[in-house]
Design a binder for this molecule. Structure first.
Ligand code: HEM
Length: 157
């Protein structure tokens, strides 16, 4: 596992947890945190008022108070960073985060696909505090993983 023990999710990883598979939890992304909102399935499961938020990074929508699916970032994009938002938009998103964090647990962090690749050597258990790769070996492994992710994105099959 990487520096903290929480799982890392790209927006694409997160989209697998949208409530369409009842054997998986429903997850919601907000401000780089991933919340398990399964216990709020009356809001988030398929057909419910806020199901569009399931499996997605909702940061932008909470900042601008939008419940439109078309305002959600693409699952191909990077997590939304509140730094570029106005104070009032930031506060709106953070108020939602306070509300949700009282009710639901954080189970992971949102990351860019590139960051995920950088952590992959550690996440895959290839590297540990006891076994470290030499720098050139590590950058080769990272390069191969980044390429593999890019290829999968180009041709998901
Ligand atoms: C006219 C506007 C709106 C009305 C009348 C409304 C109404 C409600 C109601 C009655 C609930 C259930 C509250 C509960 O069970 O605790 C709820 C939950 C929720 N609303 Fe809205 N809402 C509105 C707008 C919005 C907007 C703009 C957003 C986000 C951008 C939003 C996000 C949510 C979410 C995420 C929940 C579920 C919270 C949870 O997991 O406990 N709502 N809303």
């Amino acid at each position: 596992m990487s520096s903290n023990t929480l799982k890392t999710y790209t927006l694409k990883d997160l989209s697998e947890y949208d409530g369409s598979d009842s054997s998986k939890p429903i997850l919601l992304g907000l401000n780089y945190n991933v919340y398990d909102v399964t216990s709020g399935s009356e809001h988030y499961s398929k057909g419910k008022s806020y199901s569009i938020f399931s499996g997605r990074d909702c940061t932008h929508n909470f900042a601008v108070s939008s419940i439109n699916e078309s305002d959600l970032p693409s699952i191909e994009s990077d997590p939304i960073d509140l730094q570029t938002y106005s104070e009032s938009q930031k506060n709106a998103a953070l108020a939602w985060e306070r509300r949700l964090s009282v009710k639901y647990g954080v189970v992971g962090r949102l990351v860019k696909a590139e960051q995920k690749a950088e952590n992959a050597c550690i996440d895959l258990g290839l590297e540990s505090p006891h076994i470290a790769f030499t720098a050139p070996m590590k950058s080769l492994i990272e390069k191969l993983i980044v390429e593999a992710i890019a290829n999968i994105r180009k041709d998901p099959k």
